[in-house]
Design a protein around this ligand. Sequence first.
Ligand SMILES: [Zn+2]
Length: 394
Amino acid sequence: MAAPLVVRCGTLFDATGGPPLRDAAIIVRDGRIETVGPAASTPAPPGARALDLSSRFVMPGLVDCHSHASIVPGLGDQLGQLSRGPVPQALAATRNLARDLAAGTTTMRVMGEEHFLDLDLREAIEQGVVAGPRLLVAGRGLAANNGHGRVLASYDGVDEVRRGARENLRRGANHIKIFVTGGVSSPGTTPTSSAYTREEIRAAVEEAERVGTYAAAHAHGGSGLRMAVEEGVGTIEHAALATDEDIALMVERRAWLICTFAIFMHPTGIEQGDGRRPAIMDKMRWCRRLVDEHFPRHLASGVRFACGTDSMHGLMPFELATLVRLGVPTFDALLAGTRWGAEACRVDRETGTIEPGKRADLIAIDGDPLKDIRAMERVCLVMKDGVVEHRAGA
Ligand SMILES: [Zn+2]
């Protein structure tokens, strides 16, 4: 057992909802948070080591609710990237996950990989073989033969959906991912068309719920999104074309909205990767316009939301800055990147806030992101499970 650690914080944003605390201390023991309080009234236990972050803004590690470890959208043809063999996939993932961790992500939900790569990556990270965020994994995403997200296999009909879900769960998936509607980055589908029927969606939800987990649906809008919400998926991914009625249904059914802005808004995303494919670029520009127009109204509805980079590695700060640009108060943007993400991914008993009993996942920022959200780009230290995994410049 390592000696306890006292982390001295200039400002502590613990994400429990209260105001930030100046000059705070966190005591970490065996990878977990033992005590949090004002530095003056939080004595160091005997033999404790010290970590001085007294000039920094300290907050929980970020939760990226939607990514793919092996993809880099700026390289183009994302489905082609997923079709590579397991070795190039693993090598790419190793580099990508290190970038995510260095930018402050300590928990990441992976939303579909081939070769069950994400399950091996989760284990390799837990064992310290490679550096990366703690992973929550889906295994292979369930996609229809003519649907978005289809890579090496498809699952058609209720029985195949059940078989696919069960195989992922047998291998240890944390949740089920189902591609319900079309997407932006595949030329042949429209974002509001639905490849899956209600019965197929229901089968995925049932298989997940019977073993105590949930299904997450890729859905931009249209009848597929509505069916997914009605059938009880836990999270709706993207929802770029959701109408006010769709969002009202999500509020009623307590489904989470997982925003993924960077992939179609950041210049190094689809724009860089597939900029010469008009069928993709037109859809992307259309989505940008609609999200700018609709998201402020979605916000006002009270829908629960969190963020994901969708493989834009290291760009959680851009996701949070985009929330602020679209009208989210900075305080709430920081909650979306931490506690709300943990709630959406159902790991909020373990992470997402800085509270006694939780895993010691925290990051230190140079600057105050509550005053200027762009400070999130200056992550100078990342701790996961009580271990300093990254220091800027190191
Ligand atoms: Zn995705």
